[in-house]
Write a protein that binds this ligand. Structure first.
Ligand code: KG4
Ligand code: ZN
Length: 386
């Protein structure tokens, strides 16, 4: 099954073509990402109107490039998937409308993908990770520990009570004058800083739930910075290193709790899986390895380029949903908010055993879940790094 994926929910204009084989294996045939960093840099963050306009200007060419890289034409596709939310609504409208147009003209099924579900399923694209697994999703807008039990079946075990981890990295960067995008710049500074210099708080550590809280840490960092202002270069590096260590230590504690809760409710997970832009951070990736060893669970962390926003994950989520026979109508609305738990679940016919082929005609109205055969579950062993 050959799927075109489109991603425009934030500041990356992306298109990809992914192939899903009947046994659940995947191949990325093309993966094109155009970052809008230059457009937003002067403003210190993403400006929604500028982002939407930039998506309009770039998307057609990005899609054409992806199709050319993959060596296929629209007629050869089995479906078109676009991120339909959550995200900045202007950008979501651009991507979803473009996908609808391609689906309509070429009579292909449309899949309106939840961006968070795409992050959640990336480990199956890269490693064929079998369900159920424990997901640590950390992006600019979300920080969650989620039980991923099947396509469309997600249960949140923990979440942030205020800021997302990526947001905290971005705000730290802004406060210290490091600009945008914040996460990679804070990581860069932290690499040459003294992580023990500032005793920043570790919120939530020791609690029996799996929730996060970042706003106290952010405030503590600001107070420390104000105390020693004006900041020398080494001060900035030390603040970044101390901040990153506090985040890592909180994350480790929260993941131990999340895995404990997962085991209590669902038994052993096949893996601890990381996703979202924050999982591109080297210190976070190292700490995840330690958690996996201590908790004796396999670890799957997709390569950094598939942790940050991309369209391969959208195409893959579209393929996983199409394999269940799930597609969406041309009346599907773009959504600024769309919690993972509200993603449509497949209705599986108990006796059916094979994968459905994608419908060749698009539905004129929302079909919702179709009552069709179950998907192939990938039983391939994950190439986990522990
Ligand atoms: O998943 P993503 O690309 O977009 C969203 O869906 O939000 O995540 C973006 C977030 C940003 O907050 C960014 O600062 C953070 O991920 N991020 C990082 C790193 N690379 C991206 N945070 C820490 N260290 C990094 N290397
Ligand atoms: Zn994302």
């Amino acid at each position: 099954m050959l799927i075109l994926g489109i991603e425009t929910t934030c500041d990356e204009t992306a298109a990809a073509v992914v192939e899903r084989h009947e046994d659940g294996r995947a191949a990325i045939l093309a993966n094109v990402v155009l970052s809008q960093i230059a457009e937003h840099e002067a403003f210190g963050g993403v400006v929604p109107e500028i982002a939407a306009r930039a998506h309009v200007e770039a998307l057609d060419l990005i899609i054409a490039t992806a199709m050319a890289d993959a060596g296929c034409d629209f007629g050869g596709l089995d479906g078109v998937a676009a991120a339909a939310g959550p995200g900045l609504i202007g950008g979501v409208i651009v991507g979803l409308t473009t996908a609808k147009a391609i689906a309509m003209v070429h009579e292909k099924p449309l899949v309106a993908v939840n961006h968070l579900e795409a992050h959640a399923l990336t480990a199956r694209l890269t490693d064929g990770t079998p369900f159920p697994y424990c997901l640590f999703l950390a992006s600019g807008g979300h920080t969650q520990i989620v039980a991923v039990r099947s396509v469309g079946d997600y249960m949140r075990l923990g979440t942030t009570r205020d800021d997302a981890i990526g947001e905290a990295f971005d705000k730290t960067a802004k406060l210290l004058g490091l600009g945008y995008p914040g996460g990679p710049r804070v990581e860069q500074e932290a690499a040459r800083g003294d992580r023990t210099r500032f005793a920043l708080p570790r919120p939530m550590i020791g609690r029996y739930d799996a929730d996060f809280s970042l706003s106290g840490l952010k405030t503590a960092l600001r107070l420390e910075a104000e105390k020693i202002a004006p900041l020398a270069e080494q001060d900035v590096a030390d603040l970044c290193a101390s901040f990153q260590l506090a985040v890592v230590e909180m994350m480790v504690d929260r993941l131990h709790q999340g895995l404990r809760i997962f085991r209590q409710r669902f038994g052993a997970p096949s893996a601890l899986v990381a996703a979202g832009g924050v999982a591109a951070n080297g210190a976070i990736r190292n700490a995840l390895r330690d958690v996996a060893v201590q908790d004796q669970v396999a670890l799957v962390v997709p390569p950094p380029a598939l942790c940050t926003d991309n369209a391969a994950m959208i195409a893959w989520a579209g393929a996983e949903r199409l394999a269940y026979g799930l597609c969406d109508g041309l009346d599907t609305v773009p959504r600024a908010r769309w919690p993972l738990e509200q993603v449509g679940k497949p209705v599986v016919a108990p006796s059916a055993a094979s994968v459905v082929t994608a419908p060749t005609a698009i539905a004129a109205v929302s079909t919702g879940p179709l009552e069709v055969a179950p998907p192939v579950r990938s039983d391939a062993a994950s190439s986990a790094v522990v």
